[in-house]
Write a protein that binds this ligand. Structure first.
Ligand code: UDP
Length: 342
């Protein structure tokens, strides 16, 4: 029988792509998601891609009794990938308690239930936000973490610490935190992708919605940064590549190849791209002319960050593969699919 993996947040953007990659690698998957920021149709679309419907349960992971009850009913779970979390940086500033209650309680409930029911392996979705604006680039895993800029960012740092401490106290629990850089793009089938609610905060959804005519123009938040073209630099990682990092992290844990029982890896391309370069790559990849204007900087934005991925390359045997133009074309194909554009 195939190993069963619990994917929390499995109908979300990165979660849904990871479910597909897990199934295609031969794992069975059970999703838990309360659909607070995703739709149940995602499960159908996953099944269309893989030919196999993942199991699905809808409940709130911040409810301790429900989490324990779930694990007691599913004694065959071999590992957990924990995506489910609130993720809007700006909203977290106004609703800190909601963010801490949801993101931190869910993790603690899961760890407690794992321990109680004998599930030993956890992969956690962390973020390069834990590095803030680093002094030296690219950032390695040895780069010091800096105080978080937002409650959202702080939930990532706090949750990493909780996993580290829990693994320290429990030699039979193994954790891997994956620190994502900027995940973008969509599955090449255009059946799953990113579906932001309302006006997108993130760059690529804003670009594709502008290209689709939903937004008048892209606002580029500042061109007076200390970078070659003045716009900020990020490391944009294809969501399918990113999902594959989870599959290799799971295999590492299930095969006992981890070097300590708490590890963390940068998951990016290793290449920094400016906003202007990304906009130009989008136009080149899609042939769509994208209207844009330069506006003031956005509060809280850092100037530049990109990953050193040597550790993930060497230890996980993973590296980003999809070229940026293909990634941007996949994001555009998904937007066209959602909007019914031919
Ligand atoms: N950005 C922009 N216009 C937008 C959204 C984002 O110029 O409408 C820029 C933003 O200033 C940052 C980059 O795009 O430099 C990536 O922003 P995003 O919110 O996607 O990710 P972040 O790295 O901030 O988490």
């Amino acid at each position: 029988m195939a190993n069963l993996i619990l994917v929390t947040g499995g109908t979300g953007f990165i979660g849904s792509h990871t479910v597909v990659e897990l199934q295609q690698a031969g794992y069975d998957v059970i999703i838990v998601d309360n659909l607070s920021n995703s739709k149940i149709e995602v499960v159908d679309n996953i099944a269309k891609i893989t030919g196999k419907r993942p199991e699905f349960e809808n409940f709130d992971l911040s409810n301790r009794a429900d989490v324990l009850n779930f694990f007691l009913r599913h004694k065959d779970i071999k590992a957990v990938i924990h995506f489910a979390a609130f993720k809007a940086v700006g909203e977290s500033v106004n609703k800190p308690l909601e963010y801490y209650r949801n993101n931190v309680n869910s993790l603690m409930n899961i760890l407690e239930a794992m321990k109680f029911t004998g599930v030993h392996n956890l992969v956690f979705s962390s973020s390069c936000t834990v590095y803030g604006q680093p002094e030296k680039l690219p950032v390695t895993e040895a780069t010091p973490r800096l105080p978080a800029e937002s409650p959202y960012g702080n939930t990532k740092a706090v949750n990493e610490d909780i996993i580290r401490d829990f693994c320290h106290a429990n030699a039979d629990i193994n954790g891997i935190a994956l620190r994502y850089f900027n995940p973008i793009g969509a599955h090449p089938s255009a059946l799953i992708g990113e579906s932001p609610v309302g006006v997108p905060n993130n760059l690529v959804p804003y670009i594709t919605q502008t290209a689709a005519g939903l937004r008048k123009e892209l606002s580029i938040f500042g061109n007076d940064y200390n970078t070659p073209d003045g716009t900020p630099i990020r490391d944009y990682i294809n969501v399918v590549d990113l999902s594959k990092a989870h599959v290799v992290a799971i295999a590492r844990l299930l095969n006992g190849k981890n070097k300590s029982n708490y590890e963390y890896f940068n998951i990016g391309t290793g290449k920094g791209l400016s906003v202007m370069e990304l906009v130009n790559a989008f136009m080149k990849a899609t042939g769509v002319n994208l209207p844009y204007k330069i506006v003031a900087r956005r509060a809280g934005d850092i100037e530049q960050i990109y990953a050193d991925t040597t550790l993930a390359n060497n230890e996980l045997g993973w590296k980003a593969e999809v070229p940026i133009e293909d990634t941007l074309a996949s994001a555009w194909n998904w937007e066209k699919h959602v909007r019914g554009i031919k």
